[in-house]
Design a binder for this molecule. Structure first.
Ligand code: DX5
Ligand code: ZN
Length: 217
């Protein structure tokens, strides 16, 4: 069975006690920690930036998966890389410098990913596929947690998987629960971001275990 990674999104955690929330998902066996950085420009929401990421970096061993939802990410990419992120995603809709950004991410031995919004065609990223470690396929409009999974994006995952240069990892983000994770896995995704499904559940460890059971069938 291929590797399937579960990535809780901190967006739905209680920001008043981040260290505790992170410890809970780490102990429950989550694989990587998904961190949604929003600037109020590229998306209509503002979350946190490098200062917060730096502080929480010191509290956990979990690999950091930073999802930049900011305009012109090239301005801040190195700030996140210096902190020590293991995965870094930026949106193709937000920049004209994708090739330079990927190069910079690789210089730091970090995994490079491009994120695409639900209505963005995968043709926009085909020139970069061979240089990427992951594609992040958004299954909701970026900006907020707790939205409904957009089924239409499954076709995009299927299409991507068939491409000769498709990277090893396809991440799906938005509206993920046991049911939608399984659909995305069947389409070819292997990293599953879940915010509200995990952090708003009563028993976080059971929820992560359920997700794992579903994915490994
Ligand atoms: C939304 C973020 C997601 C968000 C997912 O723009 O990129 O990572 O936290 O939240 P859920 O899992 O609740 O849809
Ligand atoms: Zn995200």
């Amino acid at each position: 069975m291929d590797e399937m990674l579960i990535a809780p999104s901190l967006l739905s955690a209680n920001f008043a006690c981040l260290q505790q929330e992170i410890a809970t998902v780490e102990k429950a066996g989550a694989d990587i920690l998904h961190l949604d950085v929003m600037d109020g420009q590229f998306v209509k929401n503002i979350t946190f930036g490098p200062c917060v990421v730096k502080c929480i970096r010191e509290t956990t061993q979990m690999p950091f998966d930073v999802h930049l939802m900011i305009d012109r990410p090239e301005r801040y990419i190195e700030d996140f890389l210096r902190i020590g992120c293991q995965w870094l995603s930026f949106h193709i809709e937000a920049t004209d410098c994708a090739a330079d950004i990927i190069k910079k991410i690789k210089e730091y031995n970090c995994k490079a990913a491009i994120a695409i919004k639900p209505n963005t065609d995968i043709d926009t990223i085909t020139p970069y596929l061979a240089d990427l470690d992951m594609v992040l396929v958004m299954s909701v409009e970026p900006g907020f947690g707790g939205q409904k999974f957009i089924e239409k994006i499954l076709e995009k995952i299927i299409q991507l998987r068939k491409m000769p240069d498709c990277p090893k990892y396809i991440q799906v983000d938005g509206g993920i629960n046991g049911e939608t994770a399984l659909k995305a896995a069947e389409a070819g995704a292997n990293i599953f971001v879940a915010g509200s499904y995990i952090f708003k559940s009563n028993q976080i460890s059971n929820t992560i275990q359920n997700l794992r059971d579903v994915l490994y069938g």
